[in-house]
Design a protein around this ligand. Structure first.
Ligand code: ZN
Length: 192
């Protein structure tokens, strides 16, 4: 831990106490944000703080998962395989319909009727989650070279989920290669 962080933890200032998302690890982000003048109570949440909050919630969820794991699993012994186990476990809370190949709506982005296909975590959610947990792991003292969220198996799994969900849901996850803001359709004429 660097001395600055240590100092913040040992002597929390009023600003940091008032700062609701200040983390115990005193990240650089919270340092920047806590430098806003004291007394400005109307601090609206920013995109950054939402991300930080979400990251902390995800990290807690993962910690919960580890402590409920049978046999018990220490973070230091966590591998990519355990991360995959965790991601599959999360599927039961998913809200994204992923059609099986037997479903008549396989490949339909907008099925005209309900079906019995399972709900899963959408690839985009898993991908973002893994990114946040990967960062949280290192912020909580994990070494980058042993980061299970960066394991090859996890990357391959995410790619597989992306491809299979793309086919099943009839959705392309390809990034738009070229953005041409200049070619936007002209604005509608103002109402007369
Ligand atoms: Zn279906």
């Amino acid at each position: 831990m660097d001395p600055i962080t240590q100092e913040i933890i040992n002597s929390p200032s009023i600003e940091i106490i008032n700062f609701t998302i200040a983390t115990a690890s005193g990240s650089a982000d919270s340092l920047i944000m806590s430098s806003s003048p004291a007394g400005s109570s109307a601090s609206s949440p920013t995109t950054l703080s939402r991300y930080e909050n979400q990251k902390r919630r995800d990290w807690n969820t993962f910690g919960q998962y580890l402590s409920n794991h049978r046999p018990p699993l220490a973070l230091s012994r966590c591998s990519g395989a355990h991360v995959l186990e965790f991601l599959r476990y999360l599927d039961q809370f998913g809200k994204t319909k992923v059609h099986t190949q037997l479903c008549p709506f396989f490949g339909h982005p907008k099925p005209p009727a309900p079906c019995l296909c399972p709900l899963r975590q959408a690839w985009g959610s898993l991908d973002a989650l893994v990114g946040r947990l990967r960062a949280a792991y290192e912020e909580n003292g994990g070494k980058p070279e042993t980061n299970p969220f960066g394991a090859r198996a996890v990357r391959l799994y995410l790619r597989e989920v992306r491809d299979s969900q793309s086919k099943a849901r009839g959705i392309s996850y390809e990034k738009k290669k070229r953005k041409k803001p200049a070619l936007k359709p002209p604005a509608l004429p103002p109402p007369s």
